[in-house]
Design a protein around this ligand. Structure first.
Ligand SMILES: Cc1cc2nc3c(=O)[nH]c(=O)nc-3n(C[C@H](O)[C@H](O)[C@H](O)COP(=O)(O)OP(=O)(O)OC[C@H]3O[C@@H](n4cnc5c(N)ncnc54)[C@H](O)[C@@H]3O)c2cc1C
Length: 614
């Protein structure tokens, strides 16, 4: 196997990977980015709505308000010190992106323009605040292009279309990763002092998802197989507005601009579920409301979807009812200018023109709150006490810092990428200066090559596509927006059967090596099955409802027993793994504790867990 040697190996070229690569290289490290996609095709490029930062360009705003919203939005599972870092660093991270040349939309005073997003408020929940900085509805695309240019300028080395399939761990220290060059099918070893996972999420576990085909959770699955626990896997966010049946995302920015959700009775039903935030209540609340409307027989044509209406006459009618300033009223031009990509999607894929008709939407699997546990410097931690795995780093959606707790607020993922990507990049630069090289073991890559050959040789009866569809359906039906012990048990049983077929009965038609997407997709399916399994298991064990995890048999949040992160470990044989979940990692409640220390009376404490909103 060909061996490449670099101080730092970054796995993934989305926002998190590129920011980490940029800062590690600025700090003097020799950096290689290994990515299965060409960098600018990463899912970060699909992010539409915006990046949250308390710039206060249009409304009064402060980072502490952003911190509060992040903690509350996460239903108090958010680590409070990390949320504070996120909110404080967001401000200069956005300004830094602007200085790198990111073409943000502007206010009439030429400042960065900001829009409303669910759960982002002023003065600790008083009213919605305009905090999401945006470049039309292509914010992520602009971030990705900007960071990629900066990395090229800084001479970061890119290995595009190389898929990482294993991590090399020697005596508890990470010595690099193993990758397949997709164009040749050859194995390569990337020997590094630091290996940094920025490989994105795993929305492809579900059948209706906003996530790209490539989001199969490879990095998280690899880490799990090599001894790293995964944290808070039971929390997976469903975004309320995916295009009916296709799952393609319609950004929350549509509601930020005034769009409303309407049921088959023509009713703006969110007024009932969340009287003050209404359509901009947090995503878990809105997704549940759509399901409840469906169950009550009020979805459109009884088909499980509702309408998202951003037609100017509808929006302006509600604006008038709410007593909004006439200058906030919108016309067709506003919608065309602020949401060009959304209009394009709907016109192309649905034949629906959103300025003339409402859009059919349903909840879509969107975002992994859980993942590879890290501290605030992106170092991977492997137990409840925060012990670090030397040489291992992670940031972005694949990681769990945890700033999103049980439910992420819109626009906070892009902030997470740039803030913790940057901190992680700096930490890596510092680490590689002092660390020694860990020698590679003689058999590095051997085990995964054997697994690849096993898959390639598959001559059973189960096609990967069929197994994937069955997995996605059982996850949708049993491990979705609402869960019970019964559905979760069904999910676990179905997955066990699918895993068995994956292990013993795989059928692969393409036996070649060059760009063999059959084999790679089968390998990715293995990752998805592992992640689906740990999601169902932790969801089964968490007997409360919190954020995106809604148990119909345990409807209340239970801070007394469950105010803790889950960590799930792989145990047993590599070829026949079992899992063990622990719920003993403490949630960092330092801001609340500070309030108590300062003698602030209970009813004025901002960071004290308050009742869950349904
Ligand atoms: C449609 C959509 C809209 C969104 N809108 C917003 C928004 O407006 N605001 C917001 O804050 N968040 C938004 N999000 C969420 C946010 O965009 C993502 O969480 C974030 O971009 C993830 O970034 P990342 O850097 O962690 O990973 P990604 O951008 O997903 O990149 C993953 C990278 O890892 C690489 N990779 C994966 N596996 C391997 C492997 N095995 N070997 C090598 N490389 C690998 C890929 O090639 C890719 O480069 C949105 C998400 C979606 C799906």
């Amino acid at each position: 196997m060909q061996v490449h040697k670099h101080d730092a190996i970054i796995i993934g070229a989305g926002g998190a990977g590129l920011m980490a690569a940029l800062y590690a290289s600025k700090g003097g490290a020799d950096v290689a980015v290994v990515s299965k996609l060409y960098p600018t095709r990463s899912h970060t490029g699909a992010a539409q709505g915006g990046i949250g930062a308390a710039l206060g360009n249009l409304d009064e705003d402060r980072p502490i308000y952003h911190t509060y919203d992040t903690v509350k939005g996460g239903d108090y599972l958010t680590d409070q010190a990390a949320a504070k870092i996120l909110a404080e660093n967001a401000v200069d991270a956005v300004i830094e992106l602007e200085h790198m040349g990111l073409p943000f939309d502007r206010t009439s005073e030429k400042r960065i323009s900001q829009r409303r997003f669910g759960g982002h408020t002023r003065n600790f929940g008083e009213e919605l605040v305009r905090r999401a900085c945006h470049a039309a509805d292509r914010t992520g695309h602009m971030i990705l292009q900007t960071l990629y240019q900066q990395c090229i300028k800084n001479e970061v080395k890119f290995f595009d279309e190389f898929q990482v399939v294993d991590m090399i761990v020697v005596g508890g220290t990470v010595a690099g990763v193993v990758a397949i060059e997709l164009g040749t099918g050859e194995f390569h070893i990337f020997h590094g002092k630091a290996s940094f996972f920025a490989s994105g999420g795993w929305g492809r576990c579900w059948s209706v998802t906003s996530n790209a085909h490539s989001l199969t959770g490879d990095g998280a699955a690899i880490a799990l197989r090599r001894g790293v626990p995964l944290q808070d896997m039971e929390f997976f966010q469903f975004h309320p507005t995916g295009i009916y049946r296709m799952g393609i995302l319609i950004t929350e920015g549509v509601r930020g601009e005034g769009g409303v959700l309407i049921n088959s009775q023509g009713e703006r039903f969110m007024e009932r579920y969340a009287p003050s935030a209404k359509d901009l209540a947090s995503r878990d609340v809105v997704s549940r409301a759509i399901y409840l409307e469906t169950r009550a027989g009020r979805s459109i044509k009884n088909r499980g979807y509702v309408h998202l209406d951003v037609r100017p006459q509808t929006v302006n009618r509600y604006f008038a009812e709410e007593g909004r300033d006439r200058k906030d009223f919108i016309d067709e031009g506003t919608v065309e200018r602020k949401l060009p990509d959304i209009l394009d999607f709907c016109r192309t894929y649905l034949g629906v023109d959103p300025v003339k008709e409402p859009m059919p939407v349903q909840p879509t699997a969107h975002y992994a709150m859980g993942g590879i546990p890290t501290n605030v410097d992106a170092e991977v931690v492997i137990d409840a006490d925060g012990a670090v795995m030397p040489g291992a780093y992670a940031a972005g959606e694949t990681a769990c810092v945890s700033v999103h707790g049980a439910n992420r607020l819109g626009t906070n993922s892009l902030v997470d990428l740039v803030v913790f990507g940057r901190r992680g990049g700096m930490k890596v630069a510092e680490y590689v200066k002092g660390a020694d090289w860990t020698p590679l073991p003689a058999d590095a890559g051997g085990e995964i090559e054997a697994e690849y050959e096993r898959i390639r040789g598959g001559s059973g009866k189960s096609r990967p596509g069929e197994l994937r569809a069955l997995m996605q359906q059982t996850m949708m039906d049993n491990v979705g927006v609402f869960r019970t012990e019964e559905t979760l048990q069904k999910g676990i049983d179905d997955l066990a059967e699918l895993r068995e077929r994956f292990r013993t009965d795989l059928q692969i038609d393409d036996k070649s090596r060059v760009f063999n997407t059959d084999v790679m997709e089968a390998w990715e399916l293995g990752c998805l099955l592992d992640l689906a399994d740990v999601t169902a298991r932790t969801a089964y064990e968490r007997k409360e409802s919190r954020g995106a995890h809604s148990r119909e048999d345990f409807k209340k949040r239970d801070d007394e027993n469950w105010m803790a992160h889950s960590l799930i470990y792989q145990t047993g044989e590599m070829s026949d793994p079992s899992y063990e979940a622990h719920f003993d990692k403490k949630v960092d409640l330092s801001l609340w504790e500070e309030e108590i220390e300062q003698g602030i009376p209970e009813d004025q404490q901002k960071f004290r867990p308050i009742e869950r909103v349904y």
